[in-house]
Design a protein around this ligand. Structure first.
Ligand code: M6R
Length: 605
């Protein structure tokens, strides 16, 4: 996490660095800071909280300089306050860092006698190492290069040195970093978004690379310090900074965009005319014995829904794992497996590590991502886009439904390739998928009913979400959405599992959201619903017209979603749980788009 940006410019860089930080705020918003070389002298300003706090300080005490580095932080080591905010200084050196220096305590001990540490961060040791190396008489380049060898862990960093007004030093190991090429300036940034307004010509540093950047040149060296050329990528159009328009929050805007974003995803995977799925080049579903889906958070729940689709439609065994667990349990991998990383950002550290683990083990790898310039898209054998457009709200909404849509289409492709899906079956299911944008539009019309329910719901201390089959991951997702933006404690459970312990938590008035469109498991879910109702729970039943007809009287509140094929119902129900979490959070007055303690892109383990 954390976002970094740097400019070796020809004119004053402060405003542009702040603008870049705003684009990077999705990576962390605990604190931020900026350092410039003003006539060769290091100066900085830092602030606790969002970028606007830094902006306010810079208005009071402006910084001038044509070289600068800046940082927006998501705290890992040390509380989020001004003192722990980057850039960190030691002697002549200023540094911004994204990642974790795992051996920072060791380095601190080693330098203890010679240096005083003034922050609780792991990053500060980098500035001290370089400054000490300069003290020993090494040139800036040598000092930077030798200091890197002392660091273990993950880093993307930008570093400037007093009296060295011509340079920014950069390095990448485990955390993404790109250089931007300008006409008369050079740039450094965590990703294409950071650099969007500055340059369309990017050079992505590779693992272990480090670089020396000047106003009109850059030199890249690999992990063995050999000079290397890295390809220039032209970013088309430049990701525009998404605007909220007339919406109160990005999250609401992104919820409402879903008919369009799902449509865009579909156009990539389904041929409307032929009512068939496009099998992505390079994937041979026929000869696979397993699909392994690895992801985190909401993306993981998309993978968990897809397991039902791939198994039932494609007749293929699917393993879904949480990325932070996957590689550490040393999974038994067969060469005939397809690994799919699911990630909105394409940068999530654990998911990326799982992808690399499988690639190194010889598996065919695919990355289903929203950001096609991301590390996962570049490193996987096959990059599968979801085309949801920039997702700014920290709570993932439109990316989730686009991930589901793409995975549903891939399950159809698997079914066709493996002859587990008839041509008629494929036509019927593709048609259902093509209908989804319309069904989502109808579901959005339930907004005011959901908002009304959210008013009472926002008074709850704790809530439960229940479902069976593919609605189990939807229950998890509903609970996650509620927790992350409203801070109400919530848990999702498989409806049949509740009586094995968690039912003890049900009290008079405990809200329980039951997800049960009419299907072969409907009656069983309704029995579980009655078990909690009998113990005083307040039930909100999310069902369709057929389900409502049977159980209307058993629920305290009802949300009736449009009737649709069970295959696409998880996509439709996602809209309801998103709106429910959104309105609850709005009633509670939380920061919906940037909830506490979170960041949009989690680039540390
Ligand atoms: O960028 P990714 O899809 O890899 O991110 C994974 C999770 O961090 C993300 O889905 C997170 O759980 C969201 N905040 C949930 O709304």
């Amino acid at each position: 996490m954390c976002g970094i940006i740097g400019i070796v410019g020809s004119t004053d860089v402060t405003d542009r660095l702040v603008d870049g930080l705003k684009r990077l705020e999705y990576r962390g918003y605990d604190s931020s800071g900026i350092a410039v070389l003003d006539k060769g002298v290091l100066k900085r300003e830092r602030a606790e909280g969002k970028i606007k706090a830094l902006e306010a300080k810079l208005k009071e005490t402006p910084l001038d300089g044509s070289i600068g580095i800046a940082h927006t932080r998501w705290a890992t080591h040390g509380v989020p306050n001004e003192n722990n905010a980057h850039p960190h200084f030691a002697g002549r050196v200023g540094v911004v860092h994204n990642g974790i220096i795992e051996n920072f305590l060791e380095i601190r001990k080693k330098l203890g006698g010679k240096r005083t540490f003034t922050t609780q961060t792991d990053t500060e040791v980098i500035a001290h190492l370089v400054d000490l190396a300069l003290d020993s008489g090494l040139s800036p380049i040598e000092a930077f290069k030798t200091s890197l060898k002392e660091l273990h862990g993950a880093y993307a960093l930008g570093l400037i040195i007093n009296d060295n007004p011509g340079y920014i030093f950069a390095a990448r190991a485990g955390s993404p970093l790109a250089l931007g090429i300008g006409e008369t300036e050079m740039y450094l940034g965590s990703d294409a978004t950071a650099l969007a307004q500055l340059s369309q010509k990017l050079v992505y540093l590779e693992e272990g690379d480090w670089a020396v950047i000047t106003k009109d040149n850059y030199d890249i060296f690999d992990k063995d310090d050999k000079p290397v050329e890295r390809p220039i990528t032209i970013i088309s159009g430049g990701p525009a900074m998404a605007e909220k328009g007339n919406y109160r929050h990005f999250m609401l805007k992104e919820i409402y965009e879903q008919p369009e974003t799902i449509g865009r995803t579909l156009s990539n995977y389904i041929s409307d005319f032929h009512r068939e799925t496009n099998i992505p080049e390079g994937i041979d579903f026929k000869n696979l014995d397993r699909v392994i889906i690895v992801a985190c958070g909401t993306a993981y729940y998309a993978g968990a829904v897809a397991k039902y689709w791939f198994e039932q439609i494609g007749g293929i065994s699917v393993e879904v794992d949480i990325a932070s667990e996957f590689r550490y349990r040393k999974p038994v991998l067969s060469q005939n497996s397809l690994f799919i990383a699911v990630s909105q950002s394409g940068e999530t550290a654990d998911t990326l590590a799982a992808l690399r683990y499988c690639k190194a083990s010889g598996l065919k790898t695919a990355a289903l991502v929203n950001v096609m310039t991301s590390t996962m898209a570049r490193e996987a054998d096959i990059a599968l886009p979801i085309n949801a457009g920039p997702e700014i709200g920290v709570a993932s909404t439109k990316a989730f439904t686009s991930q589901l849509t793409a995975l549903a289409a891939l399950a159809l492709a698997a079914g066709r390739s493996r002859n587990t899906l008839s041509r008629d079956g494929e036509i019927r299911l593709s048609r259902s998928l093509i209908e989804t944008p319309r069904l989502v539009t109808q579901t959005l019309e339930l907004d005011s009913i959901i908002e009304a329910f959210a008013f009472d719901f926002s008074k709850a201390k704790s809530a439960f979400y229940l479902g069976r089959g593919p609605y189990v991951p939807l229950a998890f997702e509903g609970a996650l959405k509620l927790k992350e933006i409203s801070y109400i404690h919530a848990e999702g459970y498989a409806a049949g599992e509740l009586k094995h312990g968690p039912i003890a938590l049900i009290e008079d008035g405990t809200p329980v959201i039951v997800i049960a469109p009419y299907d072969n498991l409907y009656e069983k879910t309704i029995s579980n619903m009655q078990e909690v109702s009998a113990r005083g729970a307040r039930i909100l039943l999310i069902t369709d017209a057929a389900g409502a007809k049977i159980s209307e009287e058993l629920a305290d509140d009802l949300i009736i979603v449009p009737t649709c094929d069970g295959f696409v119902a998880p996509i439709i129900i996602a809209i309801v749980v998103q709106l429910l979490a959104y309105h609850t959070a709005v009633h509670l007055g939380t920061d919906v788009d940037q909830p506490r303690n979170l960041a949009k892109s989690v680039t540390v383990e």
